[in-house]
Ligand binder design. Sequence first.
Ligand code: NAP
Ligand code: MG
Length: 500
Amino acid sequence: MSTTVSAPQIHSRVQEFIAKPRKMLIDGKWVEAASGKTFPTYSPATGEVMAQIAEGDHEDIDRAVKAARKAFDSGAWPEMPPSQRGRLIWKLGDLIEQRLEEFAQLESLDNGKPLAVARVADVPLAVDLFRYMAGWATKIEGNTIPISAGSKRAKYFAYTRREPIGVVGQIIPWNFPLLMAAWKLGPALATGCTVVLKPAEQTPLSALLLAELIIEAGFPDGVVNVVPGYGETAGAALAAHPDVDKIAFTGSTEVGKLILQAAAGNLKKVSLELGGKSPNLVFADAEMKSSISGAANAIFFNHGQCCCAGSRLYVEQDIFDDVVEGIAEHAKGIKLGHGFDPDTSMGPLVSQEQLNRVCSYLEAGLSEGAEAIVGGKRGEGQGYFVEPTVMVNTNPKMKVVREEIFGPVVVASPFSDIDKLVAEANQNEYGLAAGVWTTDISKAHRIAEKLRAGTVWINCYNVFDAALPFGGYKQSGWGREMGHEALELYTEVKAVCVAI
Ligand code: NAP
Ligand code: MG
């Protein structure tokens, strides 16, 4: 396994970018933290410090919120016609596309994911999201409403306006750093909000390059402020800030609940995209080859660090052994390595903390009686590698079956009765996504209706599109990202009633 990257492989602009300490963007200017502190970001493939980043804290969050408030209340942004706003968002997408290789490299270096994946997934999806949302800027419409109040003598004309919600705090995770920034910024900018964005401490780099392009695109000062820092300090200060109108969060359900408590102070609006333990159901009439590779990708894509990972696999009894063996074979073919190695199909987990967390789940599963037919342990090398793992002999009470692992670990169990299967699939505190593999199209639709999940993929998995809403039932979250549904999270509805 190769764990070092030779310098020539790294784009010269990426080398420059990480060579000097990165500042934060507040009110259109690059500034140090008020405390003067910096924090390191590490390479998950080697464990080495890669770059130093200005460490935002409550004082920096306060400065950023003031800038976002000023930009929302006065100046060029609230005066800007929607078509101009749309053009700026579109331009941002173009600028990201022009710098695709730099973004892909930063993402791979900071998060550990294969460079090839960042090139075809993370970066192009972020570009698409901005282009999709650019189109919405001119289509945020209200209604005219034929109200029944009034009489022959007193007549009314009534309509609604959709107005931007105000200053938005956005807190994002490390699994798709650029893409999560895009999911959050796109609808906020399309609707005319202003933003303070806090990237995850593990992966601040791509958000800081994005901030450079936000300036280059020509957004007015203070419309987007990027304050890297730790969750417990910068994140908590943003969630609690009395002058923030809305907080949008993606991350763990545990922190989601803290965000909610912090937001209670000024009753700011909250949207949450949280964890998952998504069931993936394979029926005996499914097309075998595609369901095996589909179920493998459902869990192993992005090293299992996807909130919607298909981490609970249910396979109809007759084909259980064949499917599970097929996935195990797939797992054996996965080459762990540095994200820059072209042979790598799975990189390291993002951090030592996640490595410890995933390994402790593996130990818990094995000690509770589950069997790992492939993987089940840490991978070789100094990086945070975990072997892709398939666990069988599980039962619904086990920790590995109930809780989100957020690593390349799938638990598989056989089923024979559809009603019991649906009940078991829904028997979880999460409800983010689900998969169904069958050639019986009626069965597929009937099951899709019964699954308590925000997304159901039929004969496919992990299909994302800027136009397709994404979000969770139950403890997987509040609200939907992407699609026109996302715009609702960033607008208030005003009813206007005129006596005529
Ligand atoms: P996390 O703690 O929920 O972090 C997500 C974001 O919230 C980060 O920006 C984090 O900042 C920030 N944060 C942490 N504590 C905060 C607080 N008290 N107030 C405000 N913001 C706070 O997630 P994690 O520790 O990185 O990962 C733990 C688990 O979360 C994973 O194993 C997985 O189960 C889940 N997760 C889910 C998703 C998803 O897409 N749904 C993504 C990542 C993780 P810092 O990073 O600077 O602490
Ligand atoms: Mg890092």
